[in-house]
Design a protein around this ligand. Structure first.
Ligand code: ADP
Ligand code: MG
Length: 318
């Protein structure tokens, strides 16, 4: 298959919902009016050997992840996904069969989240890369800058050890984001892509606020604990249990959970409605917003402790 026959294959294969007036096959796509609310736009890119190794992660998983990371960004704004376009850099070592399987993973997730693939572009490249641009809508947008002194800090799911599998099979928290935004439950939301401490720092800087975090309330994932057990049996002498897992929960990237702040008067109702709406998604309160300087104060069992030393500070591309 050449580029044009592959685009023709996509045109026939990709379903379009009622939202789409013109889909794949023209010079641009056309969406019907979104109704009231704001148009929310986000883009995120994955590059071979930077974000994944081609023959370690299968094509379906890479396709799924390319869309999932974008859905996570919309979730963190309290937006509902509508449609997306994607641009692919295709090297010679990627076959059209591989690309078909990439679209299998991508379109399966698109169907689950009712988000339309409405176009894209191909270019030749040395490495495989994919950049998705996603459009969403939101009646009430929640930015990362709205945290207020006194707010509780909440986090969905559990953290750390995403490298085992969570980084590609995570569930984008769209419904949870809509719930937090729609009921004015959250003053600020960010998704955890660079690690809890790093992303909380982004939220604090944007909000011009500080935080107190309770170390013993951090929800450590089963995979982080599993990795720790594995490493401990390798180095039998290591003594301090759950130290490594906790550090991973604080600094590993790609958890794609939501970190948010909620005004105290909303906390009880939020918890009650949460348990009813999301019985399978845990919710942990890990601290409070306090002060105006974007610093984190650490507390363990009610006592102030020095900031935990993290061996890595989260990932940056520069
Ligand atoms: P143009 O020359 O106008 O850029 P293309 O030949 O690149 O047109 O694309 C033709 C149609 O196919 C367009 O609707 C475009 O959005 C769609 N398309 C191209 N590449 C992709 C892709 N990788 N995934 C989905 N749709 C694509
Ligand atoms: Mg093109």
């Amino acid at each position: 298959m050449n580029e044009f026959s592959f685009i023709e294959y996509l045109r026939k294969r990709v379903p379009h919902s009622f939202k789409v007036a013109v889909g794949i096959g023209d010079d641009a796509a056309v969406l019907k009016k979104l109704g009231s609310g704001n148009l929310v736009v986000s883009t995120d890119m994955l590059v071979e050997d930077v974000d994944f190794v081609l023959n370690k992660l299968g094509p379906e998983k890479i396709g799924r992840k390319a869309l999932a990371v974008n859905l996570s960004d919309l979730a963190a704004m309290g937006a509902e996904p509508v449609a997306f376009v994607l641009t692919i850099g295709k090297p010679k070592h990627v076959s059209t069969r591989w690309l078909e399987r990439f679209y299998d993973g991508l379109l399966k997730l698109a169907k689950q989240y009712k988000v339309d693939c409405i176009g894209g572009d191909f270019s030749g490249a040395k490495e495989f890369s994919v950049s998705v641009t996603i459009l969403g809508k939101a009646r009430r947008v929640v930015s990362r800058s709205g945290a207020k002194a006194g707010d509780w800090i909440g986090v969905t799911g559990s953290l750390g050890g995403s490298i085992l599998k969570h980084h590609y099979d995570f569930t984008p928290r769209i419904r949870e984001g809509l719930f937090l935004a729609g009921n004015c439950f959250a003053n600020a939301i960010i998704d955890i892509s660079d690690g809890l401490v790093q992303d909380l720092s982004h939220l604090l800087e944007a909000s011009r606020a500080g935080a107190v975090l309770e170390l013993d309330k951090i929800p450590v994932s089963a995979d982080a604990l599993r990795m720790e057990r594995r490493d401990r049996s390798k180095h039998a002498k290591q003594t301090c249990p759950s130290r490594q897992a906790l550090e991973q929960a604080l600094s590993d990237g790609e958890d794609f959970e939501l970190l948010f702040t909620a005004p105290p008067r909303k906390k009880i109702l939020l918890e009650k409605s949460w348990r009813r709406k999301f019985p399978k998604v845990s919710l942990a309160w890990i601290g409070r917003i306090e002060g105006k300087k974007p610093l984190i104060r650490w507390v363990l069992k009610g006592k102030v402790i020095p900031a935990p030393k993290l061996s890595k500070q989260g990932f940056t591309h520069f």
